[in-house]
Design a binder for this molecule. Structure first.
Ligand code: SF4
Length: 332
């Protein structure tokens, strides 16, 4: 090893400390690497220093640790450490609204097409259309909903629908509705997942209804560079999301108690609600501000739609992670 070189941690590898250990977020390879607090402290200390200096401070045994992180491509050697500045944490959102959930059940009386058109005005990019088993919606009404999405900003539509509607989702349908990303059939005879010719994920589940209560599990962790930066300033699950439940209530998430008006009973403007500070107040409550989460090493990748409550000047998640088992990843 050339001792005159300087060691740098790659700028897309972030060291995060928590009460229960530390993690490296490798945001290019999209993986988490568990490290001890000692390794965390050492990596923080040696980043940007020359190998000569590092050995004089930590002794020759440090070479083994450096070799490991060079091999894992967490660190690299350079003559010019100053040429690798930190990545900007500024975050820019192209569209006002990122995602929406529409739930349709036997009680639904709101105008679905009007809602789609209003979401389009907000530039909504992702839609989850959830049709409950007790819904009396017709195939014609479903077609009207999809017709309204044809010239929209939507990039991706996920559908959850009773298996009795399988006939609606023909190959013709998928050819015309290229934004459809997945269809989940409720009340199927067997559990099965496949991908059709149009690369649409087709899932069949036995459950008659979706369970909106999330389990906080590592498989739901999201860690891209953008979501990492977003998680430092926003609640990544609730930020720029709007949900309409089966009764027409406008909410931050479908299973939250708090609502911001009802589309069935009043002529509420979705845009007006969406843009109100009251509706947006939980968008900024990120994990660094939430008790328990603020000292968790997974706070920048944990995606949770949980409602939040405020008590004694502190924020808490209603649905936290009591039985959460930490991810088992390579340790050092
Ligand atoms: S809910 Fe909070 S404490 Fe639990 S894994 Fe997510 S960020 Fe960590």
């Amino acid at each position: 090893m050339d001792k005159s070189k300087f060691l740098r941690v790659f700028t897309d590898c972030y060291l995060v400390e928590g009460d229960d250990g530390c993690v490296i977020y490798d945001l290019t390879r999209l993986k988490l690497i568990s490290i001890t607090k000692i390794t965390y402290d050492v990596l923080k200390e040696i980043d940007g220093k020359s190998i000569d200096f590092i050995i004089s401070k930590f002794g020759n045994n440090i070479i083994e640790i450096i070799d490991y992180f060079l091999t894992e491509e967490i660190c690299f050697l350079t003559d010019h450490p100053e040429n690798f500045p930190k990545i900007s944490e500024d975050i820019y959102f192209e569209n006002e609204c990122y995602s929406a959930i529409l739930e349709i059940g036997s009680s639904s009386q709101y105008d679905y097409v009007k809602v789609i058109n209003e979401l389009n005005q907000l530039g909504c990019q992702m839609l989850l259309l959830s049709i409950k088993s007790d819904s009396n919606i017709t195939s014609e009404e479903i077609s009207k909903i999809f017709n309204a999405t044809t010239n929209s900003f939507l990039k991706c539509i996920d559908v959850v629908i009773p298996s009795s509607f399988e006939n609606v989702f023909s190959m013709d349908f998928f050819n015309q509705n290229i934004r459809v990303n997945s269809v989940t059939y409720l009340g199927s005879e067997e559990f099965k997942t496949e991908t059709n010719e149009n690369y649409v994920s087709i899932k069949r589940i036995k459950d008659e209804e979706l369970n909106w209560t999330e389990k906080i599990v590592p498989t739901n962790f999201t860690f891209t560079l953008k979501s990492f930066m977003e998680s430092k300033k926003y609640n990544t699950a609730l930020n720029r999301k709007i949900c309409i439940d089966e009764f027409g209530f406008i909410k931050n998430y479908i299973n939250h108690q708090e609502h911001f008006g009802n589309l069935s009973t009043t002529d509420v403007s979705i845009s007006q609600v969406f843009r109100s500070s009251e509706f947006q107040k939980k968008w900024d409550i990120h994990n660094d501000l939430i008790e328990k989460c603020k000292s968790c090493k997974f706070r920048y990748c944990c995606f949770s739609n949980s409602d939040l409550h405020y008590s004694d000047e502190k924020w808490y998640k209603l649905n936290s992670c009591e039985n959460f088992e930490p991810v088992k990843v390579s340790a050092n």
